[in-house]
Structures are given as structure tokens and as C-alpha cells.
Design a protein around this ligand. Structure first.
Ligand SMILES: Nc1ncnc2c1ncn2[C@@H]1O[C@H](COP(=O)(O)OP(=O)(O)OP(=O)(O)O)[C@@H](O)[C@H]1O
Length: 337
């Protein structure tokens, strides 16, 4: 296990006039044994950040350390990390056992110890009955578990996960998410997990690093990121449907943006007069889309609350304790009153 330290990390791709800076000075400390999810939209630099920890990408400036060792110039194989990829990267002609054992054989680990370590990992991942099968004889979820098994047997200081669930269907994704959580509880190995899926980030992370165009907008617990987003970007990226961000609503001063989560708006005798434009059924709740002048509001309404007819004019009010204020220019959160 180990602390991972990012010190003012900058990454540029290309040379001379074609230089493209994609990471703009990220500093953060991942605690020993912590599970951190790096999240953000496509192209924000999250894989680049992970690949720099792995040693698969050079660091243009700044320092990354794992434990008490700066690893900028350490070969990937010497970094004591194990990485799990989106596409599993299993050897098709080898059994699951051999896939998991391969790295240990190369390291010259004695045969009996390989057996013990693979059996232990297979037990944790519920793969014991599948060890003699080839990858093609397994489901996607099972293949991903073998890929995780291969990482576990190496007993690394750090696990790196690069979108490992994105090839799985929704049900398997949810199940594998639970397995990864269990794995982390049992092994307690410092983990960095990259995803573009905010639900995955919220459910898996002890802390979430939200990346926005190469900048770390926020690094906090799921509760902090959801309840006190540091920027309008975090506010709209985390949560589905996203937070309402209003510039042109009564009570919003010029130069500021008012953020309200859909679940913090309710029908009320007082409040803004809006026109109901659309209603979406989600089972236990409904999403109501309503027009407020130039703005559209989305509300998340419990199924027990009667929903007005389409086109109806109704009044809605926000929970006053759950308002978020941002600077319209920088997008940054204004000090909470
Ligand atoms: N080898 C490369 N050469 C040049 N530019 C690159 C290279 N790899 C990535 N980039 C650029 O760096 C930026 C960040 O890419 P990165 O893959 O880290 O993003 P990401 O957030 O992981 O996105 P995705 O979810 O799509 O993988 C992108 O603009 C990308 O085009």
C-alpha cells in the first residue's frame, strides 16, 4: 500500500508549434489505502493522468511519487502497480489460471506460491470453478474478473483501473461495481479508477477527482462533490439530470448563477410561475420540465405528488437551504452564506 502524490503535473503532447498541453498543473495526494475515482468527460485528461502514474506516458513537468519514491524516471515494471484495462487484455490461448499466473511466472515466483496466490484471488473473485477455462468460454463479466485476478495476484502497492466496466452491460456493470468495492474492502490497496460515468464515480469512490479540460476542478468525497460543487462544471457533471443553473431568473443578481438540484424544487403556492412542458416517468419518481421565461427547469418529483397537466401554469419554489451560488464569469462557487 502507498500514498500517491501528484505535484504540479503538466502534460504536453507533440513538439514545437504542434504542442498541445492537456494537463494544466494537477496537485493532489491520494491517501494510503484510499479508493479514488478520476472522472470527467471524454478528452478531459483522466486517462493521461492514470497512464502517467503507470509509467506509460512521460510527465512533461512536475512529480509523481508512489510511497516515498518519485517515479518520474522509474520503469513501469518497477513501479509496483497493477493495471486493469477496459478490454481485459487476456491471452486467448491460455486458461484463466495461466492468465493469472503468467506475470508471477515471469517474476520467477515459486510454483507452489503461484498456486496459493491464484487460488486465493480466484476465491475472492468467485472464479475458482472457472480456472481451467479459456477466456472465450467466459462471459464479459467473468473475463473482467480474471483481469482483476491477474492484478491481485501480483500484490501491488497500487491498483490502476482504466474504465474497466465500460464493455459490460448495465446489470453486469452494477454487479462488478459491488465486487470491486468488496475487493477494496478486503485488500485495502490504494486504487485509482478512471471513468466518464458519474454514477460509477459516486458509488465507488471514497474521494472523487473531477477533471475539466485538464484542470482538477474538485477533489472531495461523493457527498462534498454533490452537495457543495466547487464549479458550475462539477455541478452539472455530477448528478442526473444535472443541476439547474439559472442566470435569468427572478432573484438572480447579474454576474451570478443560481444552482438548484432537480430534487430541491417543489410545487408551492408561492414561488416562480412556470409552465409545464414535459413529464417523464422514471418509476418511483417523475421528471417535470418547466419553462421559466428564458430558462428551462427540471424537477424531480416523487410519484405520490400529483403532476399538473402539460401546458399548465404552476408555481414552484426551491428549498432555501439547498441553493448554490456561482460566479458567472469564472464558474466558481461563491462563499456559502
Ligand atoms: N498520444 C497522444 N498524442 C496527442 N494527443 C493525445 C494523445 N493521447 C491523448 N491525447 C489528447 O489528450 C487529451 C486528453 O486525452 P485522454 O485520453 O487523457 O482523455 P480522457 O479524459 O481519458 O478521454 P476518454 O474518456 O475519451 O479516454 C485529449 O485531447 C486527447 O486528444
Amino acid at each position: 500500500m502507498a500514498v500517491i502524490h501528484f505535484r504540479n503535473i503538466i502534460k504536453r503532447y507533440g513538439k514545437g508549434a504542434k504542442t498541445n498541453q492537456v494537463i494544466h498543473g494537477v496537485s493532489a495526494e491520494v491517501k494510503d489505502g484510499e479508493f479514488v475515482v478520476i472522472v470527467g468527460p471524454s478528452g478531459c485528461g483522466k486517462s493521461t493522468l492514470l497512464r502517467m502514474v503507470a509509467g506509460l506516458e512521460e510527465i512533461s513537468s512536475g512529480e509523481i511519487s508512489i510511497g516515498d519514491r518519485v517515479v518520474n524516471n522509474v520503469e513501469p515494471a518497477q513501479r509496483d502497480i497493477a493495471m486493469v484495462f477496459q478490454n481485459y487484455a487476456l491471452y486467448p490461448h491460455m486458461s484463466c489460471f495461466d492468465n493469472m499466473a503468467y506475470g508471477l511466472r515471469i517474476q520467477g515466483v515459486p510454483k507452489a506460491e503461484i498456486r496459493t496466490r491464484v487460488d486465493k484471488a480466484a476465491k475472492i473473485l468467485e472464479l475458482s470453478h472457472l480456472l481451467e477455462r479459456k477466456p472465450r468460454e467466459l462471459s464479459g463479466g467473468q473475463r473482467q474478473r480474471v483481469a482483476m485476478g491477474r492484478a491481485i495476484v501480483r500484490e501491488p502497492q497500487v491498483f490502476l483501473f482504466d474504465e474497466p466496466l465500460s464493455n459490460l452491460d448495465a446489470k453486469l456493470r452494477a454487479q462488478t461495481r459491488l465486487e470491486i468495492q468488496k475487493l477494496h474492502r478486503e485488500l485495502g490497496i490504494t486504487s485509482l479508477f478512471v471513468t466518464h460515468d458519474q454514477v460509477e464515480a459516486m458509488t465507488l469512490a471514497q474521494r472523487i477527482m473531477v477533471m475539466n479540460a485538464g484542470v482538477m476542478d474538485q477533489f472531495g468525497t461523493p457527498e462534498e462533490v454533490y452537495n457543495t460543487p466547487a464549479t458550475t462544471f462539477v455541478a452539472s457533471f455530477m448528478g442526473s439530470p444535472p443541476m439547474n443553473l439559472l442566470k435569468n431568473a427572478p432573484g438572480v443578481r447579474p454576474g451570478t448563477i443560481l444552482g438548484i438540484r432537480p430534487e430541491h424544487l417543489n410545487f408551492s403556492d408561492e414561488g416562480w410561475l412556470v409552465k409545464v412542458e414535459q413529464v417523464e416517468m422514471l418509476g418511483a419518481e417523475r421528471l417535470v420540465y418547466a419553462r421559466l421565461g428564458e430558462e428551462q427547469l427540471v424537477m424531480r418529483i416523487d410519484e405520490s405528488v400529483p403532476v399538473p397537466a402539460l401546458g399548465a401554469s404552476v408555481r414552484v419554489a426551491a428549498d432555501e437551504n439547498r441553493l448554490h451560488w456561482f460566479d458567472a464569469g469564472s464558474g466558481k462557487r461563491l462563499a456559502d452564506a
